[in-house]
Design a protein. Structure first.
Length: 384
């Protein structure tokens, strides 16, 4: 077994590797890419939207994205990676209407100088849950229970694997696949379905599982040794639904997903922000997960609590550097102190530890702070 692979798989198996593995997710247009990868259609949102407006083919986006993601993960010498697609939006061709401005189907989009992303100009168009209860009910009732098994394999993953193999890099690849358990993203009427129309809700969940489980099989067959299941089930104050509803509707799906992942020889990780202490036993122990990602210390999921409640004894903690405040607002000195503290806790965790931000290197993370994190990690383990 190769060094990076062994390091990650030992941590997820609750064994002690040679050192704490390093993992990260870099959001595509984060400025951290620019000095490492240059400003391309894969790293600059305005360039990407201009290219789509000009009709640049998807294949060019795939290659640019694969090159950028390969370069940044190699630069920071990660052990495990989770790729983020190619940035090309199927089915749309923006119309450029000015510098940093486009329209899609009559909806105006603008480049946001603060976030470095492209957003709808009117916030009303950003609300992702404008779903008609009537339309969704019709879709559920007309579902023929067929599963599309002809889904194209991830071309970015394939290309990054080729580049890594040519460079002798043995990354462990993580897929991230939701199966309908992310209650934070339900429209309000779906929460009511749990109480008033459970038969409709359960049929909707079967639709989600059918697609997600097929994607899970394909991603594992494509070489992903880890599958992160999403998404958010809690907020800062606790779960979005009662522990009883979580146990009745959400936990069985997670367990079924975990069983599928394990049956194919991969590791199962659950991904969710928020405070999970009210559902601790079901979320961590009864679910069967191997690891826990998006460990949200600002919501109360601190190392002290994870150890005191026995979670860190049985689950691999994938975190726990604060991506809400420390990485966005603090000094590099504060980042260094938090990284050292996190690594010291991780070495005491019998369930294993993989260093990672509490979410990702998102648009508000300071570039210099992530560099400080890696510098501190390398110094901590004496890596030249």
């Amino acid at each position: 077994m190769k060094v990076r692979e062994e390091r990650v798989l030992k941590a997820l198996s609750h064994l002690r590797p040679d050192r704490t593995p390093l993992f990260e997710i870099f959001q595509p247009y984060q400025p951290i890419h620019w000095d490492i990868c240059g400003r391309t259609i894969a790293t600059d949102a305005a360039k990407a939207w201009d290219a789509m407006a000009e009709g640049v083919p998807k294949e060019e986006f795939v290659e640019a994205s694969a090159q950028a993601q390969f370069r940044i993960c190699r630069f920071f010498e990660l052990d495990m990676v989770r790729l983020t697609g190619c940035g090309y939006i199927d089915g749309i061709r923006p119309l450029k209407t000015g510098t940093g401005r486009w329209t899609v189907n009559g909806v105006p989009y603008v480049f946001n100088e603060k976030t470095k992303l492209v957003h709808p100009e009117n916030p009303i168009h950003s609300y992702s849950q404008q779903i008609s209860e009537e339309d969704l009910t019709k879709k559920i009732e007309s579902w023929d229970e067929k599963v599309d098994t002809s889904v194209e394999l991830d071309p970015v993953l394939n290309r990054v694997k080729e580049l890594a193999h040519a460079d002798g890099i043995d990354w462990v690849y993580m897929a991230e696949i939701g199966a309908g358990t992310g209650v934070a993203f339900y429209p309000p009427f779906m929460l009511m379905w749990m109480l008033e129309k459970p038969e409709i809700y359960l049929r909707w969940m079967e639709m989600q599982k059918a697609s997600a489980f097929e994607s899970t099989r394909q991603m594992i067959q494509q070489g992903c040794r880890v599958v992160a299941m999403g998404g958010d089930v809690s907020c800062d104050k606790g779960p979005f639904i009662s522990p009883a509803l979580y146990r009745k509707f959400i936990l069985p799906v997670i367990r079924e997903h975990v069983d599928l992942i394990h049956s194919m020889g991969a590791f199962a990780v659950y991904t969710s922000d928020g405070n999970h202490w009210l559902i601790k036993d079901d979320f961590f122990f009864n679910s069967g997960i191997d690891g826990y990602k998006e460990v949200d210390r600002s919501a109360g999921m601190t190392w002290e609590m994870l150890m005191a409640e026995g979670v860190a004894d049985r689950i691999c903690i994938i975190g726990n550097i604060d991506a809400r405040y420390t990485m966005c607002n603090a000094s590099t000195d504060a980042v260094e102190r938090e990284v050292e503290e996190c690594l010291n806790y991780g070495l005491k965790a019998r369930g294993g530890h993989i260093l990672h931000l509490s979410h990702s290197v998102h648009e508000d993370v300071k570039v210099e702070n992530y560099h400080a994190l890696v510098k501190t990690y390398r110094r901590f383990f004496g890596i030249s």
